[in-house]
Design a protein around this ligand. Sequence first.
Ligand SMILES: [Zn+2]
Ligand SMILES: [Zn+2]
Length: 129
Amino acid sequence: MLTSNQLEYLKNKETIKKRATIWNKLNKERRRSVIRKSRHGITELEYECQLAYQDNVCAGCLNPPKPGTRLHIDHNHNCCPGTEKACGKCFRGLLRGSCNRLLGLAKDSPQILENLRDYLIYGPFGKKL
Ligand SMILES: [Zn+2]
Ligand SMILES: [Zn+2]
């Protein structure tokens, strides 16, 4: 048998939980923005402005983001090494996730990407396929 104090406590707990859920819902965008600012160095507004500037397409392949996804915030991978967070000064643009990963795999090297482009067009050592 629960005492009235315990009942009161349980009731409050539910209320607090409910309040927290509502608060979280209301602040989802805000929290997202705070996370974005601290992790990627740009605010939600800066993100929106950049997105509009890029005509809502990936700055790399010029394709729109896949349905239900957002473009990723790309930063110079040579800046702020060893951290999960970007400093904000090294922000470059918005990319599809796959393009962002591709740049990382190519070590952000224009030369590697150019060599690979030539390889795709001309085959190994410039020989036509
Ligand atoms: Zn892309
Ligand atoms: Zn940085």
